[in-house]
Design a protein around this ligand. Structure first.
Ligand SMILES: [Zn+2]
Ligand SMILES: [Zn+2]
Length: 288
């Protein structure tokens, strides 16, 4: 897998497949902007170089077809849907990349796989490994392979439900609290420095901005819980307060001015962490 493609979310497939009456397959490039053409061209250049230096050559026809493909892409008359005779081309160039015996450790195989990754933005997890007597891809294999590619393109990223994400994070937090300071220091020092990226789907409630703005105007720069002035001014010059629902929307509270207060960030956090009944009573009095 080529670095940088791993975390890309593909909502739509990049390629569409159309079969003609002669059982040839055309792949149509649907989402041109999803493919890094610069990377692809570099990949092709490496492949060409390898093909010259290695006796078992990468198909000339395949190289020519890919060059034509790039020309088409750079053509000013280019349309987003680009027809591409994939069946022909794939049958000519896949074999060296997939046939493990003579090419197992060859740089050609490595380059061809890299090129493949960039072209399809999906890992080569299912190889096309059978050909007919003319060295062409067997149509049934193409179907199997294609379905696999489609799956990879559409599900290249696992989307977690928000609960799963929060629960895992929370249980790790609890584990961390149990460790001694010395143990924590050791573990923290050797932890990977790059945060793991997760894609999470969450349910969001749309809130009424007029209700929120009204609560802030009513508060006039003073937190409705601690009665202190807002800690700073926003860039637009207004005192910074946050709106909060006394009875949370997630607990069935209404998005209405009788349930909405304006709080300083500290008090807002406090309400979300502790939500003391006493504090709720104070706020309820304020909105009356
Ligand atoms: Zn406050
Ligand atoms: Zn809140």
């Amino acid at each position: 897998m080529v670095e940088g493609l791993k975390h890309t979310v593909f909502e739509k497939p990049i390629w569409a497949r159309v079969e003609d009456s002669n059982e040839n397959f055309d792949l149509y490039l649907l989402n041109y902007d999803k493919i890094d053409i610069g990377l692809l061209e570099n990949g092709l250049a490496s492949l060409e170089k390898m093909t010259k230096s290695i006796r078992q050559s990468f198909s000339r026809q395949a190289l020519e077809a890919f060059k034509k493909f790039f020309n088409d892409i750079h053509n000013p008359d280019y349309t987003p849907v680009l027809k591409y005779r994939a069946y022909f081309v794939l049958s000519k160039w896949v074999k060296p990349a997939s046939d493990l015996s003579p090419y197992k450790n060859s740089p050609l195989k490595h380059e061809a796989e890299k090129f493949w990754d960039i072209l399809f933005c999906a890992p080569l997890n299912k190889r096309l490994d059978e050909w007919d007597s003319n060295g062409r891809i067997v149509p049934e294999n193409f179907n199997l392979w294609w379905n696999e590619q489609l799956k990879c393109q559409q599900q290249s990223v696992e989307i977690w439900p928000e609960d799963k994400f929060k629960n895992i994070q929370k249980s790790r937090q609890e584990q961390a609290k149990k460790l001694s300071r010395e143990e924590l220091r050791k573990r923290a020092a050797r932890a990977p420095r790059k945060a793991v990226i997760r894609y999470v789907s969450s349910k969001q409630r749309e809130r009424n901005e007029e209700v929120s703005e009204y609560a802030k105007r009513r508060a006039a720069g003073i937190c409705e819980l601690c009665n202190c002035a807002a800690p700073f001014f926003s860039k637009d010059g207004t005192p910074y307060l946050e709106s909060h629902h006394i009875v949370w929307l997630s607990k069935g509270g209404e998005d209405a001015i009788e349930n909405t207060v304006a709080l300083c960030p500290n008090c807002h956090r406090k309400m979300h962490v502790l939500d003391f009944k006493q504090d709720r009573l104070v706020l309820t009095q304020k909105v009356k």
